[in-house]
Design a binder for this molecule. Structure first.
Ligand code: G3H
Ligand code: ZN
Length: 284
């Protein structure tokens, strides 16, 4: 069933695992992620960036597509449709009105007081509709769709506490050195800060830039209160490799299902691997 992230993440925190947010780019991504979740009996969060929603058709198309698949695939595990890196109150409201069950308001690039103001407004509207809210502090490095970061700025521990208290958000993404897209070398996450934030924030934490983080760091993050890990690039890289292989092996192929089908299989496999790594398998 379609649910918000709130209960999903509380349970994950309590039982010591993380729920994956897997970004969807089209129909096949959505199919693959839902199939993986059902097979693994894992809760799952479908991450939808504003760019991906535009590509697919709009927020309404996303919701109808997901609802259709939930029925046709007879999905029984908890599924959240989550706006990833929402850029404004208006975008969050648009997603909520279309039927999203969760939104992220990313006002992390704004001054602190403005971040609080925008985030509070989103929380007030979202909670009136039973929708969960994620907010961000600091800067995640790299680039994802429209979100481009100049440099990596670590979230401030005291600001995290204040943001949670003054806005009532359901989960917090403190940027602590993670990067969107592949890492140049090994990631260097701020675990000291993560531990401190976890002690005072009082809400589940979110780790962005999940692609390329070693398993030991994933486990450490979970032990410091991380209940949601976002993955996009890893599915894109692994599945595009499959498409290249299929097209290279048969230069005569023209039926899109002949290469999009294998692409979908690779996404499913990649997602299943992540669910097992994050410990969310068999937790639905
Ligand atoms: O919000 C989405 C994620 O943070 C994705 O990061 O593409 O590096 O896996 P990634
Ligand atoms: Zn992100």
């Amino acid at each position: 069933p379609l649910v918000s992230m709130t209960e999903m993440l509380k349970k994950a925190n309590a039982e010591g695992y993380a729920v994956g947010q897997f970004n969807i780019n089209n129909l096949e991504y959505t199919q693959a992620i839902l199939q993986a979740a059902e097979e693994e009996k894992s809760p799952v969060i479908l991450g939808v960036s504003e760019g991906a929603a535009r590509y697919i058709g709009g927020f309404k198309t996303v919701v109808k597509m997901v609802e259709g698949l939930l029925e046709d695939y007879k999905i029984t595990v908890p599924v959240a449709i989550h706006l990833d890196h929402g850029s404004s109150f208006d975008k969050c409201k648009e997603a909520i009105d279309a039927g999203f069950t969760s939104v992220m308001i990313d006002a992390s690039h704004d001054p602190f007081e403005q971040n609080i103001e925008t985030t509070s407004k989103v929380v007030e509207y979202a909670h009136s509709k039973g929708v969960s809210v994620e907010a961000e502090l600091g800067t995640v490095g790299g680039q994802e769709d429209d979100v481009i970061a100049e440099g990596v700025i670590y979230a401030d521990v005291d600001e995290c506490k204040e943001l949670v208290e003054r806005t009532g958000i359901d989960c917090l993404a403190p940027a602590l050195g993670s990067v969107h897209g592949p890492y140049k070398g090994e990631p260097n996450l701020g675990f000291k800060e993560m531990e401190a934030i976890n002690k005072i924030a009082g809400v589940p934490l979110v780790l962005h830039g999940g692609t390329g983080i070693p398993t030991a760091d994933i486990q450490k993050s979970i032990s410091f209160g991380t209940a949601k890990i976002n993955v996009n690039t890893e599915n894109q890289i692994s599945s595009t490799k499959t498409v290249r292989e299929v097209l290279a092996a048969d230069t005569e192929v023209y039926d899109p299902r002949k290469f999009l089908g294998p692409m979908r299989e690779t996404i499913k496999k990649t997602v299943i691997g992540k669910m097992r790594e994050f410990g969310s398998s068999q937790k639905a």
